[in-house]
Design a protein around this ligand. Structure first.
Ligand SMILES: NC(=O)c1ccc[n+]([C@@H]2O[C@H](COP(=O)([O-])OP(=O)(O)OC[C@H]3O[C@@H](n4cnc5c(N)ncnc54)[C@H](OP(=O)(O)O)[C@@H]3O)[C@@H](O)[C@H]2O)c1
Length: 308
């Protein structure tokens, strides 16, 4: 059967993946923690083409049932900050490993694991370290798995540009950590198209690093955003030493009070900004799939136009 099961299909990238798969005629089963909040996915397909199942990737005993009959399983699940019930290791390593293991046992033909550029077990950032360990765990249990590592993803629902645009509505300053750190921002639908092509052409063992053609520093991205929404704000470059103290304080209060304290800045985020986020020229990339990545300056007005 032409069935693809997507975990994390209600998320920012996941919804575009679901839409691309549906447009290519696949039946898509989406495992979501709250199906009512994911009903919008239904309109991406014909009646009955998209199936929403309430479930959690951590429910090891139910994974077999969730993926039954699938030709492909895609893991888009992630968290950018830890909560009491979801640590980086639990979600990015243990859950990914279990999913890959059960997928292999169930004879799923293809496994696609979404990771991040910079993922490495040697990273000083707990986030990127867990993403690196997650990749290794997946490949250990599903050696033919495809690993997809995007750079910073932009699109209408992104957290990056939307968050800084919101901040500019209430603050004369925009604090930036790692102002000179370089990124190759990539359009969300381009990543989704690449993933859907992996499925359509039944690729195995591909290792994709996906970034746009242009490289920008963090500061340049914020300047571009401010320019787009026509706001003059002071870009405050925070040194890493100060940012780490602030982030450690935020982490500490979250450890004690849990989600009552918002994750403004985490140590894992700060440390992930210490290195550039650029595509490795040796990996597979968009050009291998005939995709010309969309330019940020074309899409940015659509993302933040409402703040103008
Ligand atoms: N966004 C970026 O700029 C970026 C850059 C590089 C790599 N990536 C990678 O791309 C992938 C997708 O990221 P994203 O930006 O789309 O993240 P996202 O919007 O936060 O989506 C994460 C998804 O995971 C789901 N999820 C979380 N915990 C779950 C659980 N226990 N069981 C089942 N589902 C669970 C969430 O569902 P709920 O609605 O239930 O919370 C959500 O659908 C991740 O692997 C991320 O590391 C993203």
């Amino acid at each position: 059967m032409n069935l693809v099961t997507v975990f994390g299909g209600s998320g920012f990238l996941g919804r575009y993946v679901v839409r691309q798969l549906a447009s290519k005629g696949f039946f898509v089963r989406v495992i979501v923690r709250n199906p009512n909040e994911a009903l919008f996915l239904k309109v991406y397909g014909r009646v009955g083409q998209i199936q929403l199942i309430g479930g959690d990737i951590k429910e090891e005993k139910k994974i077999q049932e969730y993926i039954k009959g699938s030709k492909c399983v895609i893991n888009c699940v992630a968290t950018f900050f830890e909560t009491r019930s979801q640590s980086f290791n639990v979600l990015h390593v243990d859950a990914a490993k279990t999913l890959a293991n059960i997928a292999r046992k169930e004879r799923v033909n293809q496994f696609i694991h979404i990771s991040s550029l910079g993922a490495s077990t040697k990273s000083s950032s707990q986030l990127l370290k867990s993403k690196g360990a997650g990749e290794e765990a997946v490949l250990q249990h599903f050696p033919d798995a495809n690993i997809v590592r995007p750079s910073l993803i932009f699109g209408t629902e992104d957290t990056f540009f939307n968050r800084f645009a919101k901040l500019s509505s209430i603050s004369p300053f925009i604090p930036v950590v790692g102002s000179e750190t370089k990124f190759q921002p990539v359009y969300v639908d381009d990543v989704a198209i690449a993933i859907s092509l992996l499925v359509e052409t039944d690729q195995q063992k591909r290792y994709l690093e996906l970034g746009g053609d242009e490289t920008y520093t963090f500061k340049e991205l914020i300047s571009m955003l401010l320019n787009e929404i026509k706001r003059k704000r002071i870009i405050l470059k925070l040194p890493f030493s100060l940012a780490k103290v602030m982030a450690a304080t935020n982490d500490f209060f979250r450890l004690i009070f849990g989600d009552l304290v918002p994750a403004f800045l985490t140590l894992a985020q700060v440390k992930s900004l210490e290195n550039d986020n650029l595509v490795d020229t040796k990996s597979d990339k968009f050009s291998d799939f005939g995709i010309v990545p969309k330019k940020l300056e074309i899409v940015l007005p659509k993302i933040v136009g409402r703040f103008n």
